[in-house]
Design a protein around this ligand. Structure first.
Ligand SMILES: [Zn+2]
Length: 135
């Protein structure tokens, strides 16, 4: 087996490159280790590709509709409904997502909501750490 690694280049805009560089610097200082931008981008891309692969089945029938207050609305094309998923914040600052359509905290809509950047934007706005309740 050949140990030779093969590479190809990808062009990104300067703005994106600067954002990446800033992130890599933050992570490097947090971890007290030097991370290369290439390694960082590669890990982001691999994570995203795996996420897309995992979601491809589910993603075909679910899509983000809108956000309103503490709720994220998800289109369910199979059931022809919109599922409201609400954010419940616990007194200790942890949170939980709850689907009002299924009366469940573990249905596909809740799972899908965890994959949405909109959820993490909402948590950030509310000053909630992006760690779901573990109990
Ligand atoms: Zn649901």
């Amino acid at each position: 087996m050949s140990s030779e690694r093969k590479y190809t280049g990808i062009v990104v805009s300067k703005d994106i490159y600067e954002r990446l560089r800033t992130q890599v610097e933050k992570k490097s200082s947090k971890l007290r280790a030097r991370i290369s931008i290439s390694d960082y981008v590669e890990s982001l891309i691999i994570n995203k590709i795996e996420e897309e692969e995992l979601l491809s089945e589910v993603g075909q029938f679910l899509s983000f509709a809108e956000r309103s207050g503490d709720k994220i609305f998800i289109n369910d094309w199979v059931r022809g409904r919109i599922a409201p998923v609400s954010l419940k914040v616990n007194p200790d600052g942890s949170f939980k997502l709850f689907c009002e359509f299924d009366n469940s905290d573990s249905c596909v809509h809740v799972g899908y909501a965890y994959s949405l950047p909109e959820l993490y934007r909402m948590l950030k706005e509310k000053g909630i750490k992006a760690q779901p309740q573990t109990r």
